[in-house]
Design a protein around this ligand. Structure first.
Ligand SMILES: [Zn+2]
Length: 364
């Protein structure tokens, strides 16, 4: 075992800049790469030389959730909000190392290729067809999942912003619910792209506000990302009646600590969001609650025309398609839904409720 504290990004999806280490005090920044302005994602490992109390602080703006940082004691297999304490004014958290050795820290509970592989090898995952949507810019396979053979088609996506991991746990929950109750979903075919920005997921990028624009602002006549181009082709080919895009909000504070739908100016689409929300309110689990009053109408808060000046998200584009699909976008918080602390399983439970809501919404 080494005798000095080591902090680095040498783990899958790693992202950190170590500014200084003084004793047990570690000063950190996020690595923004091609993101304009500050954003929140970090993921790093610390190799502790000895048991003790270690304090990590960021001096490049806010990034911690209201539960501090997520911690893994087993090299990324399991994650929980295990910080001994944290100070949201100082953007710092303290970890009590009970022994020497390696601990991983992250802004969120990660969901990467390894989690998807594990899911697709599970009992529920085995009935899901794994296809290739396209190759990413860096040559990675971008997964396209297909489940069911019914005439009613649904398109699901997450990670237009690559760090928004909780959305993918909920997407997994949707597919699990469908896969384990095939008789209830026999009318449906689900198409899903779990990692739209596949390179960003695997490389540990911020994703949000990439220059010149990110994947969630690329739905125009000339998309610059191969994934978006391929999704546009798929959606035109399959003509889903619901396009459902899943995101996570910012790290903390209102409105980032509850589930909400992003309102739209299109009245037909907004009526669908309202109806879907009232259904989800009935199905939402107590361990990941949802209240439709938390939805953000178009024109309020961050959800104004200014936010979309760089380009259209998939749901705005979807709303304009000639067969008039329902086109909705949900935000699923990273660490808590109000007073309820959330982990991966909570987000999966929310996904089960979303699947039931989709069924009720489309079948009436
Ligand atoms: Zn997003």
């Amino acid at each position: 075992m080494q005798d000095t504290l080591q902090v680095d990004a040498c783990i899958p999806g790693g992202n950190i800049i170590v500014k200084s280490i003084q004793g047990n005090q570690i000063l950190l920044n996020r690595d923004l790469r091609d993101t304009k302005g500050p954003w929140i994602y970090f993921k790093f490992r610390a190799v502790f030389p000895a048991p003790g109390t270690y304090t990590f602080r960021f001096d490049d703006g806010r990034c911690l959730t209201s539960r501090g940082a997520a911690v893994s004691l087993d090299r990324g297999k399991n994650w929980d909000w295990l910080c001994k304490s944290f100070d949201l004014n100082e953007e710092s958290f303290t970890f009590e190392a009970e022994r020497a050795g390696e601990v991983w820290f992250c802004e969120c509970i990660p969901y990467m290729q390894s989690e998807l592989d594990k899911f697709l090898e599970s009992e529920a995952g085995k009935s899901i067809e794994r296809l290739e949507l396209c190759k990413s810019r860096k040559g990675r396979t971008v997964e396209l999942l297909r489940l069911g053979n019914g005439p009613r088609k649904v398109f699901l996506s997450s990670r237009h912003h690559c760090e928004e991991s909780m959305a993918t746990y909920s997407l997994e929950g949707i597919l699990t619910e469908v896969a384990t109750h095939p008789e209830e979903y026999s009318d449906f075919t689900f198409w899903a792209v779990p990692f739209v920005d596949k390179d960003g997921v695997e490389d540990g990028d911020q994703g949000k506000n990439r220059m010149p624009h990110d994947h969630a602002r690329d739905y125009g006549p000339t998309p610059i990302y191969p994934e978006v181009k391929a999704i546009i082709e798929l959606v035109y080919r399959e003509k889903p009646e619901l396009v459902f895009d899943m995101h996570c909000p910012w790290a903390r504070n209102v409105p980032n600590e509850y589930v909400y739908f992003v309102g739209q100016g299109n009245k037909r689409v907004q009526a669908g969001i309202d109806r879907f929300s009232s259904i989800l309110a009935k199905y939402a689990p107590s361990d990941f609650p949802f209240d439709p009053r938390d939805n953000i109408p178009f024109g309020q808060g961050w959800n104004t025309a200014h936010n979309y000046e760089q380009g259209s998200p998939i749901v705005f584009w979807g709303a304009t398609l000639p067969w008039e699909p329902s086109s909705q976008s949900i935000e699923i918080p990273f660490a808590n839904s109000r007073e309820v602390t959330v982990l991966a399983d909570n987000a999966r439970h929310l996904g089960h409720a979303l699947a039931r809501s989709i069924r009720t919404y489309l079948l009436g």
